[in-house]
Design a protein around this ligand. Structure first.
Ligand code: MN
Length: 242
């Protein structure tokens, strides 16, 4: 059994999500062959020296899970793209590039956070190119934690106010980009998060039928994708055997 989750957005101001995620790691995940975390697990990651709550507790739980024999593969999201080697070293999680190609019950599946699929949001894509540049990241990480936090808060305030003015379709994935990634990866299945619009989309592409599965956030109940011999389904973490 493979499990997939994204957009947990762990933060001190979301104790419900923190508790649900810790329960998920110590319960259902222990029965899985592997866990895929597809970005925005953390609401704000300012570098691997970001030890604000609940980060140490979550890191410890991730490390325990990996030590118990369940590998965790993690893709970075637009809120935790600064997750780095020190975090991977401490937790045993494997940081993967995107798109991550896997096999699930014999099917070839593309995994990604999902922000790269929202190509109509040109402003965000420009920010992404800046923020993912290694030199820019080194410069940011060299600054004191307090300064990093201030800058992140300023960026978030601007981005939130601009997002509210953007039409809904700009904030969602672009069909052409989805089709392009499917074709490039030679896959008929895709799993991603980011948009917080959990759904299973059946597509008829030029290359044939394809399925795009979108994970939801954990603000309220949370969404987990289960993939086993019976196929795949979106469930709430509380509904899984532990
Ligand atoms: Mn995201």
């Amino acid at each position: 059994m493979l499990l997939f989750a994204s957009d947990v957005h762990l933060a001190a101001h979301r104790p419900g999500a923190v508790a649900a995620f810790l329960e998920f790691l110590s319960g259902p995940v222990r029965l899985a062959d592997r866990l895929y975390l597809l970005g925005d697990v953390f609401d704000l990651w300012l570098g691997d020296d970001d030890t604000r709550e609940p980060h140490p507790e979550v890191e410890a739980a991730l490390a325990e899970t990996v030590a118990a024999g369940v590998p965790i593969d993690l893709v970075r999201g637009n809120h935790d793209f600064l997750l780095g080697d020190a975090f991977a070293e401490r937790t045993g999680c494997r940081l993967a590039g995107e798109p991550l190609l896997i096999e699930a019950a014999g099917e070839r599946v593309v995994l990604l956070h999902g922000d790269t699929l929202c190509t109509r949001d040109a402003e965000y894509q420009a920010f992404r190119r800046y923020a993912r540049d290694p030199a820019n990241q080194r410069a940011f990480l060299a600054r004191p934690m307090e300064e990093r936090a201030r800058e992140a808060a300023a960026i978030r305030a601007t981005s939130n106010s601009r997002s509210r003015l953007k039409p809904e379709d700009i904030m969602d994935v672009t069909d052409e980009e989805v089709a392009r990634v499917f074709a490039e990866c030679g896959a008929a299945w895709m799993v991603h998060g980011h948009t917080h619009r959990p759904a299973v989309h059946e597509l008829a592409l030029e290359t044939g039928p394809a399925t795009r599965i979108v994970l939801g956030d954990w603000y309220d109940r949370g969404t987990v994708l289960v993939w086993d011999e019976r196929g795949c389904r979106l469930v709430s973490p509380g509904g899984l055997p532990a």
